[in-house]
Design a protein around this ligand. Structure first.
Ligand SMILES: [Mg+2]
Length: 290
């Protein structure tokens, strides 16, 4: 089905939020809350987006914890969860968000920290040592390719190639495949199946443990705890957000993809990243009706 503009369908959205007594929001960071920049270390939210998010967090924090845990479906349920779920490491997400009351999740949901929750995926944690070794080998291999950066995120590795020379791409791809395969083989001999997989995001290779866990599972975990009964809303921009879109739709919620290009599980779209703050402001106005 062709995705529809969330703004053109605002009345329907509003009705869905009101009929569920409020909403629970999950957001991606890069390309969603912050514009994509050349150097991922320099990504940041705009002042307007930060302000909207801070105001939303206040609405979320003001509510008593018992109600946030879904025990009370009474009044004031405008917003029961505000979570940023990113592919970055958790410390990185916390540093970039830095707003009290917001749940932060890193490594595509493998680690979560926030008011009333601390979660680490156990199998993911067990694979952090071989991942560290792989990151060191990859860093050595990438020295041959200027403009490439390797980021060990403890639960996964990112190889950024936004600034790499196009002629180096086949070499970079080969090196990433080789290292992921080598690490998988060593683990394979120990009696486990190949535990790592490579995913392609926007100008980045992600090497992740082959676990049945993505942003969608993290969002579902958070919804069960903080969003029971409320309308789940997930906003993301990338193929790595599709798991969360699928789960959100399955749970009767609203999935919105920023700058949708090609196939997506999200039934709604926002045409550009800079519209995310407008959406947050409109949601904020909506929460005032509870
Ligand atoms: Mg993104």
């Amino acid at each position: 089905m062709k995705p529809k503009s969330i703004f053109s369908n605002w009345n329907t959205f509003e009705q869905r939020v009101l009929s569920r007594g409020g909403l629970a929001i999950g957001l991606d960071f890069d390309g969603t809350l912050a514009a994509i920049v050349k150097d991922p270390g320099k990504a940041a939210m705009s002042a307007r987006t930060r302000k909207a998010l801070e105001s939303l967090a206040e609405v979320c924090v003001r509510r008593p914890l018992a109600a946030r845990r879904g025990r009370s479906a009474g009044s004031g349920g405008g917003l029961t969860l505000l979570a940023v779920i990113s592919g970055r490491s958790l410390p990185d997400v916390r540093r970039l968000v830095k707003i009290p009351g917001i749940v932060c999740s890193g490594n595509h949901g493998l680690e979560i920290d926030g008011p009333g929750i601390k979660f680490r995926h156990r199998k993911g944690l067990a694979l952090s040592k071989p991942l560290g070794r792989m990151a060191r080998r990859l860093s050595r291999a990438m020295r041959n390719y200027p403009g490439c950066g390797v980021n060990n995120k403890r639960f996964s590795i990112s190889v950024h190639y936004r600034n790499a020379r196009p002629s180096d791409m086949p070499g970079i791809r080969r090196a990433v495949r080789l290292q992921a395969l080598a690490a998988s083989r060593v683990r394979g001999q120990a009696g486990t199946e190949a535990p790592f997989r490579i995913l392609e995001g926007k100008k980045v290779y992600e090497i992740r443990p082959r676990l049945r866990w993505d942003k969608g599972d993290a969002f579902e975990t958070l919804l069960r705890r903080f969003g029971r009964g409320r309308l789940p809303v997930f906003i993301g921009d990338d193929t790595v957000d599709e798991g969360a879109f699928r789960k959100t739709v399955q749970m009767g919620g609203v999935a919105i993809r920023v700058q949708a290009s090609g196939e997506s599980r999200a039934p709604y779209y926002l045409s550009r990243q800079s519209s995310v703050c407008v959406l947050l402001e409109r949601i904020l106005a909506l929460t005032r009706r509870f």
